[in-house]
Structures are given as structure tokens and as C-alpha cells.
Design a protein around this ligand. Structure first.
Ligand code: NDP
Ligand SMILES: O=C(O)/C=C\C(=O)CC(=O)O
Length: 354
């Protein structure tokens, strides 16, 4: 056993079909009276359901959540919370909506209740991200960690299959990098392996039967575990590449994670053999990178960065940016090998160790 440091973060998690009905009690338990409900414009119906559930504890809806939290929408949401005299916020939706809640909490300390409807995992982390003048800045602050999380698989039944697949692999990426994190620990390793296992079984089940509650519940369970890993330990090369591709080239978040992950694992393979063994075992394969690639392919997910909007001429700039402010990584970052990694991800070829 290697030496480690383990610090746990407070979490109150309510999990189960129909558990959204418990929201009012949870707001009361926080000692709050007026909840601002956050959503994207497209998820307004869900927000209205929340309003009905809250009755006179509902302060209003702010429905302008946008991916990567532009500072303008953060400011508007903070102003809405003040104007409506909200003393808590309920974020119902994916990582974009949770991220908006975090932007309010960062400014005001308002407690957030998260009701996630994707597998991104932001609800379990003290990590926030805000985009200003085209640059996304992220940081950690315990004020933004949601105070209560309600995982209700019924709310994910309508998440399109394609998004379910890529969002699920986004979650797997947190756990995979958690297994070789510079500040990893045995508790997070247990959660990571179990999270990957749960998602590895749930995602094909969702593709077979998108409205099957059992597969949806297993996927949310995996997302919870993987999100917890992201919240507790640092990430590495894979997340750095994805943040570069998302932040500087506006590539879609979950799809980018899905395409890059097998290649990042192939790059790190020899430097992190125990993590790779655990990832492969969780997916029922013999090689971590190949198993993730095969899973993505079987789910019908995109496999090539060129298919989601990147151009060949963007690869060198991606590399230049990704090599700045490096995250700790088990294998040193080698420019030529990383350029080959990016080319493979761009072309969608099977990952190869380098
Ligand atoms: N801080 C952290 O710890 C983390 C932050 N993030 C951040 O979160 C964002 C990505 O999160 P992600 O969840 O992938 O993205 P979004 O929240 O943007 O959701 C992705 C897609 O899922 C759709 N969707 C969500 N819920 C439903 C539903 N119930 N039914 C149908 N469609 C639904 C959304 O549709 P629509 O837009 O129509 O609502 C959207 O098109 C990024 O900005 C990322 O950086 C991600 C992980 C961790
Ligand atoms: O960029 C953020 O908002 C913070 C973390 C993540 O997005 C994690 C991820 O890349 O999935």
C-alpha cells in the first residue's frame, strides 16, 4: 500500500425512483424558505414541475443555463436570486445547470440542491467553471459543493440515447483518471472501479432499452461514484486535453471526453499499470484503452474529433495550449507522442500504445 492522504467531503445523497418528491423536505432540512429553480430553456417543463412541488417555497425560475457558464448568465442568475430574495437554489438538469448554481453559490454562499439529469458528475464536486471573454477558468471552493443531491432515475428516462452514452463515458473518465491520480487514495479507487463497472453495464442496457428504469438507475449510481472521485482527487492528461478542446475550440463536452479517453489511457498505459488493470477488469476486458474504445463503438458514440467539429489545422494549437499549465500525469508529457495521440483521436483510429 502506497502512502496516501484522504479527506472526505460532506455529502447528502438521496437516491431512487420518484425521490424528487422529497425536495420540499430537503429544503426545509436546510432551513430555507424560498428556492430559485435553475434550468436550461429546454428543460423549463421540469423546472415548472419543481415549482409545483415546492408550492409557496418556490421563489421563481431562472431558465438561462448555458454550457461552460458564461459570466453574463452567472451575473443574471445572481441578480435573479437577489431580486427574488431566494435563500437556496435548486438546479435541475445536466452539468451546465449545476454549474450555474455553483456560480451563484461562489458569489453568495447560497446553498444548492442539485437534481442531476445527466451523468457528468458536477453535483458531487466543489469544482466550478466560469467562462469570461472566451476563457474558461475553473477552481475549487467548498461553497459551491451542492448541499443535497437528489438522484431520481425517472428524470433521466428522456435523456437521448446518444447523450446518455457520451455522458456516461464522461463519468467513466473521472474514475479512470482518479485511479492514477497524483493524490489518489484507496477509498476513491474502490469507488472508481465500481463506478466504471456500473456504467459499463448500464450504458449498453440503456441503448437496448432507453426507458428501462433499471439501466437508468445503474447509470446514475455509477455517475454518483465517478462524480465523487472527481470531487476528491485531481485529474490528469485526459481532462486537460478535454478542457483545452472544449474551452478553446468549443467542442461538445461529453462527446470530446468519449473520443479522447481511450487515447489518453493508451498514452498512460505503461506508466499506470495498476489503474489500467482495474479499468480493464471493471469493463470485463483485458486492456483499458481498448475496452473503453470498444464500449464507445458498441454504444454508437462518435470516435473521431473530426466528426465533432475539430479541424486538422487545430491539432498543433490544441497541443500548445494543453502543454501549458500541465496537470500532474503518470507519464511525462512528451510533445511528439502527444501529437500522435491527438492525430489518432482526430482520425478515430483504434488507440495504440506509444
Ligand atoms: N464542475 C464540475 O465538477 C463538472 C463540470 N462539468 C461541466 O458541465 C458541463 C457539461 O455537463 P453535461 O451534463 O454534459 O451538459 P449539459 O448540462 O449541457 O447537458 C447535456 C445535454 O443533455 C441534455 N439534457 C440534460 N438533461 C436532460 C433530460 N432530462 N432530458 C433530455 N435532455 C437532457 C441537455 O439538453 P438541454 O440543453 O436541452 O437542456 C444538453 O443538450 C460542462 O460545462 C462541463 O465543464 C462537467 C462535469 C463536472
Ligand atoms: O470544466 C469544469 O467546469 C470543471 C470540471 C469538468 O468539466 C470535469 C470534466 O471535464 O468533465
Amino acid at each position: 500500500m502506497q502512502p496516501f492522504l484522504y479527506t472526505s467531503q460532506p455529502a447528502r445523497v438521496i437516491f431512487g425512483a420518484g425521490k424528487m418528491a422529497q425536495l420540499g423536505q430537503e429544503i426545509e432540512a436546510l432551513g430555507a424558505r424560498r428556492a430559485l429553480v435553475l434550468c436550461t430553456p429546454q428543460q423549463r417543463d421540469s423546472a415548472q414541475k419543481v415549482m409545483r412541488l415546492l408550492g409557496d417555497r418556490a421563489a421563481g425560475i431562472f431558465d438561462q443555463a448555458v454550457m461552460h457558464v458564461p459570466i453574463e448568465s452567472a451575473r443574471e442568475a445572481r441578480e435573479a436570486a437577489r431580486r427574488l430574495d431566494a435563500d437556496c437554489a435548486v438546479a435541475i438538469g445536466g452539468g451546465s445547470t449545476t454549474g450555474l448554481g455553483k456560480a451563484i453559490a461562489l458569489d453568495s454562499g447560497l446553498p444548492i440542491i442539485a437534481i442531476p439529469t445527466t451523468y457528468a458528475g458536477s453535483e458531487m464536486t466543489p469544482i466550478y467553471g466560469i467562462t469570461e471573454a472566451g476563457v474558461k477558468k475553473t477552481g475549487r471552493d467548498m461553497r459551491v459543493l451542492p448541499r443535497t443531491v437528489i438522484y431520481d432515475p425517472e428524470l433521466t428516462l428522456g435523456l437521448p440515447v446518444a447523450l446518455s452514452a457520451t455522458s456516461g463515458i464522461n463519468a467513466i473518465a473521472h474514475a479512470a483518471e482518479g485511479l492514477y491520480s497524483a493524490d489518489g487514495n484507496p477509498v476513491m479507487a474502490l469507488m472508481a472501479e465500481e463506478g466504471i463497472r456500473a456504467l459499463g453495464q448500464a450504458l449498453p442496457a440503456i441503448v437496448r432499452d432507453p426507458r428501462g428504469l433499471a439501466g437508468r438507475a445503474d447509470a446514475l449510481y455509477g455517475a454518483w461514484l465517478c462524480g465523487t472521485v472527481l470531487g476528491h482527487v485531481g485529474m490528469a492528461l485526459h481532462h486537460k486535453l478535454c478542457h483545452t478542446l472544449g474551452g478553446s475550440f468549443n467542442l461538445p463536452h461529453a462527446e470530446t471526453h468519449t473520443i479522447v479517453l481511450p487515447h489518453a489511457l493508451a498514452y498512460n498505459g505503461r506508466a499506470a499499470p495498476d489503474a489500467m488493470r482495474r479499468i480493464a477488469r471493471a469493463l470485463g476486458g483485458t486492456d483499458a484503452a481498448q475496452a473503453v474504445y470498444d464500449l464507445a463503438r458498441a454504444l454508437g458514440a462518435p470516435l473521431a474529433l473530426r466528426d465533432i467539429g475539430l479541424r486538422q489545422q487545430d491539432l498543433d494549437r490544441t497541443l500548445d495550449i494543453a502543454l501549458q499549465n500541465q496537470y500532474p500525469n503518470p507519464r511525462p508529457l512528451e510533445r511528439e507522442a502527444l501529437r500522435r495521440l491527438l492525430q489518432n483521436a482526430f482520425d478515430g483510429t483504434r488507440p495504440s500504445p506509444d
